[in-house]
Design a protein around this ligand. Structure first.
Ligand SMILES: [Zn+2]
Length: 425
């Protein structure tokens, strides 16, 4: 008999993925939490749980927390404007001048305060987050995120070339600041972890990448960056790294591309076959960011192909290439762009369906954090309880239809409870 005060059951309409095409739906079921870990989901509460506290949410939907594999906290202020340019011009015109402002503590506190407030209310329970090159501002962001109790990985960005003077570190400075940042944050956080964050190959010299590779090896840190997002970017990497056969190999040469180094790469819109093969071989995670890819006219990543190949794929908002941080929106965008890809580009690449998009936003991306994103036994207990009464409908609907409507029409206001690793936040 389980009778721990840290154990409880959530009663409601339980929905979770086991594989990309397997969705479990349990009407009026139970999801059990034992000390932050899921004991499983059931139609009837097993006898061993007799007597544990049951939080009854009635007819509400109970789903795993959503995972955002790629976002830029300092771009919060850029949401929803400046979408008239492609990636490289967008960075120079809008993004870099905004990121410069984080050199000032006062601005960082104000802007990151707004960002964390919104993230806390959003459907996201776990996120991989870029900060800026600034060490102090990155710590401000981490302090604020720690208070939310969300589980996040945050990176001080590295840039030592092809950036405006105000955002360009020397190679030595970039490495030294990163080491200093890692040292200062040791033991400071329970919920926030560091992640190495070379912005992308055009911003990082070979020698900086090599040093970051050494830091990765000695401290066993995860890595996040960008890959094959835009044609101009890809051509530029070819010029900058003649020794690399393709873009991903430039990361691989530094030891920052999976294969024992936990890595997530955003976009992979235009990855060549050799690159896809290396992503697969090295177990690199792809963060699919459809809204950003539309806004910056980058294209459509071939997610059907990646799923068929068995790649690790999750979703990212790519705030603020993506204007919305809602992972509900990321799911519907992923479905919609896959339909255009199928219709316009490759009739053999069937569009993603609701189950697959839901998998990507939960277990697909969640695996980057560990056993996350499902109510299978042994998974960390991340939960969203969602009310959909306010998304009016006159007719009777099944659970899958109700989930689909939340994905297309839901927002932060529909979340009535948010739980991370068993803890209500
Ligand atoms: Zn990005």
């Amino acid at each position: 008999m389980v009778s721990n005060k840290n154990s409880y059951a959530i009663k409601g309409n339980i929905i979770y993925s086991t594989t990309p095409d397997q969705l479990v739906l349990i009407e009026n079921g139970y999801a059990v939490c034992e000390n932050g870990i899921c004991g499983g989901a059931f139609a009837k509460l097993p006898e061993k749980y007799n007597g544990i506290q049951v939080k009854d949410y009635g007819d509400r939907l109970v789903i795993p927390g959503l995972v955002d594999l790629h976002m830029h906290a300092p771009q919060y202020g850029l949401r929803g404007f400046g979408m008239d340019l492609e990636l490289l011009d967008w960075l120079n015109t809008y993004t870099f001048p905004e990121e410069e402002k984080y050199a000032k503590e006062e601005y960082a506190k104000k802007a990151y305060g707004m960002f964390t407030e919104e993230l806390k209310k959003s459907p996201t329970t776990r996120a991989c987050i870029f900060a800026t090159i600034h060490r102090d501002a990155t710590k401000i962001l981490m302090d604020l995120l720690e208070k939310t109790k969300l589980r996040t990985m945050v990176g001080k960005v590295n840039m030592d070339r092809n950036a405006p003077e105000y955002l360009c570190e020397s190679t030595e400075e970039s490495a030294a600041q990163t080491l200093q940042w890692l040292k200062e944050m040791q033991g400071q956080y329970k919920y926030v972890e560091p992640i190495l964050t070379p912005r992308f190959i055009p911003s990082c010299s070979d020698s900086l990448m090599k040093t970051l590779g050494e830091i990765q090896k000695s401290q066993h840190l995860p890595v996040q960056s960008h890959l094959s997002e835009n044609e101009g970017e890809i051509a530029w990497v070819k010029e900058l790294c003649p020794a690399a056969g393709f873009y991903g190999e430039a990361y691989e040469h530094a030891g920052l591309f999976g294969n024992g180094c936990k890595t997530v790469m955003a976009h992979c819109v235009s990855s060549v076959e050799e690159e896809i093969a290396l992503i697969k071989r090295n177990g690199v995670y792809v963060a699919h960011c459809p809204q950003s890819n539309m806004n910056l006219s980058s294209g459509i990543a071939p997610i059907r192909k990646y799923l068929d190949e068995g790649l690790h794929v999750g979703l990212g908002s790519d705030l603020a290439g993506g204007s919305s941080m809602s992972m509900f929106r990321a799911m519907s965008d992923a479905i919609q762009v896959s339909k255009l890809y199928w219709r316009m580009w490759d009739q053999s690449a069937s569009p993603l369906n609701v189950k697959e998009a839901f998998y990507l936003a939960t277990k697909g991306g969640g695996e980057f954090f560990g056993k996350i994103g499902s109510f299978e036994s042994g998974y960390e207990f991340d939960v969203l309880v969602i009310e959909d009464e306010s998304i009016w409908h006159p007719q009777e609907l099944g659970l899958l239809e109700r989930l689909e409507r939340v994905i297309y029409l839901g927002d932060a206001d529909n979340i009535v409870e948010k739980i991370v690793a068993g803890e209500i936040i």
